[in-house]
Design a protein around this ligand. Structure first.
Ligand SMILES: CC(=O)N[C@H]1[C@@H](OP(=O)(O)OP(=O)(O)OC[C@H]2O[C@@H](n3ccc(=O)[nH]c3=O)[C@H](O)[C@@H]2O)O[C@H](CO)[C@@H](O)[C@@H]1O
Ligand SMILES: C=C(OP(=O)(O)O)C(=O)O
Length: 422
């Protein structure tokens, strides 16, 4: 099994290229199921989750080819051979549920394994099912699978999400493109990945208005065609690497970064005493003098502070002057990084959805265990600023969402390497 070894270091300096967004690509890929013409995605990230989605789509009969550098995906679903998303693939990745809406819209039926819970929370899919039911789908839960059908095709409907859900909005949006009539999605998610999906679907011929606002209106069309679409920048990878110079000191430019993708996060960095500026090429972050100030953070749906940056922000605040309070409002169990950070000398109390972090002067390297994707990278960030060596085990979580992390951080001066067999 592989591990990442990080040795505490001084200031960082240089540039880090930011990849296309994992979470956008994972919803754009199933959009291929809506059309019999090819969908080409450029700026795709090279990640294990993308390979899992490729495997899932291929199991349904789609053809997926990748350029040698892995950045262009050509997906073709001319003829589908199955409507069943098997447990063996779905269990590897929750985003697999995103094939449900497209399959149902194109084929009138789908059988998708329930993804189940995961380390960060229970993560039910009831809202995905209810939104599709509002379009006339019939759902039955049997043998651990959702058996969905819409024999006469989906029909436009009005659905108000009781809670904002990124995945359920994506599933409903994709399905509605081929439903008969108009669908209105209220209290929809406003994340940049939703906007990216709507733009891609529009390129395929869909009629969508209002993405990025709380209400999305979709006029169903008879068929969708092919398209070429660039995957939006990964705002979570961006925020993660913005924290590297914030934690270690120095100045790093994140190439391709856009402040508008991480507005609420930048406000917190500013309050913590970190300088952030948009440049022609990306986002430049520096901490050249002065310490880190404590700040309070509450996670919220976009445009609020993203839950996917909470663990990394906690790594920064472990070394702030003063006490910070982090409230996790999206997932019920997303503080597993806290005990690992405490192994490195952090002073953190967790009570329910609240973590109180009292800043310490210095963290100390230790062997730690990655429990999920963002937790893993928070431990790497903490290790960069700790005294001595930190060994992060179970890095397969990291490879779901970060490509070439050692190379990207190594190029700005971090002491980081991947080793096998630890
Ligand atoms: C592949 C992908 O894009 N993953 C992202 C997506 O996950 P995902 O789409 O799974 O997250 P949701 O926005 O759906 O979850 C938000 C909240 O709604 C709840 N909920 C969701 C669906 C449902 O049917 N019922 C229900 O109760 C969830 O348990 C959670 O408490 O958005 C999350 C919130 O920004 C991010 O952390 C994930 O990185
Ligand atoms: C939680 C995440 O992903 P997923 O929804 O695929 O588990 C994430 O990207 O941080």
């Amino acid at each position: 099994m592989e591990s990442i070894i990080v040795r505490g270091n001084g200031a960082l300096s240089g540039q880090i290229p930011i990849a296309g967004a994992k979470n956008a690509c994972l919803t754009l890929m199933p959009a291929t199921l809506l059309s019999d013409e090819p969908l080409t995605l450029t700026n795709a990230p090279r990640l294990s989750d993308i390979r899992t989605m490729t495997e899932l789509l291929q199991s349904l009969g789609a053809e997926v080819s990748t350029t040698q550098d892995g950045q262009v995906l050509v997906l073709s679903s001319q003829k589908l051979s199955s409507t069943r998303a098997d447990y063996d693939i779905v269990r590897k990745m929750r985003a697999s549920i995103l094939v449900l809406g497209p399959l149902l819209a194109r084929e009138g039926r789908a059988e998708v394994s329930l993804p189940g819970g995961c380390a960060i929370g229970a993560r039910p899919v009831d809202l995905h099912l209810r939104a599709l039911e509002a379009m006339g789908a019939e759902m039955e839960l049997r043998d651990g699978y959702v058996h969905a059908s819409a024999p006469g095709g989906l029909k436009g409907g009005v659905f108000e999400f009781p809670t904002v859900s990124v995945g359920a909005t994506e599933n409903a949006l994709m399905a509605a493109t081929l439903a008969k009539g108009t669908t209105v999605l209220k209290n929809a998610a406003r994340e940049p990945e939703i906007v990216d999906l709507a733009q891609c679907l529009r390129r395929m011929g869909a009629r969508i208005a209002g993405e990025g606002s709380r209400t999305i209106t979709i006029e169903g069309v008879d068929r969708l065609g092919g398209a070429t679409h660039p995957v939006v920048t990964d705002r979570i990878e961006l925020g993660t690497y913005m924290l590297a110079p914030a934690i270690c000191g120095g100045e790093v430019e994140c190439l391709g970064g856009r402040i508008d993708l991480v507005g609420a996060f930048c406000e917190k960095l500013d309050a913590a005493g970190i300088s952030v500026a948009q440049t022609g090429a990306g986002v430049k972050v520096s901490r050249t003098n002065g310490g880190i100030r404590a700040v309070d953070v509450t996670t919220e749906p976009f445009p609020g502070f993203p839950t996917d940056l909470q663990a990394q922000m906690m790594a920064l605040l472990c070394m702030a002057e003063g006490t910070s309070v982090l409230e996790e409002k999206i997932f019920e169990n997303r503080f597993m990084h806290a005990p690992e950070l405490m192994r490195m000398g952090a002073d953190i109390d967790v009570s329910g959805g609240t973590a109180t972090v009292r800043g310490v002067e210095r963290l100390k390297g230790a062997p730690v265990m990655a429990t999920d994707l963002r937790a893993s990278v928070s431990l790497i960030l903490a290790g960069l600023a700790a005294e001595g060596e930190t060994i992060v085990n179970r890095v397969y979580h990291l490879d779901r969402g970060y490509e070439r992390v050692e190379e990207k951080l190594g190029n700005v001066g971090a002491h980081i390497e991947r080793v096998s067999g630890q």
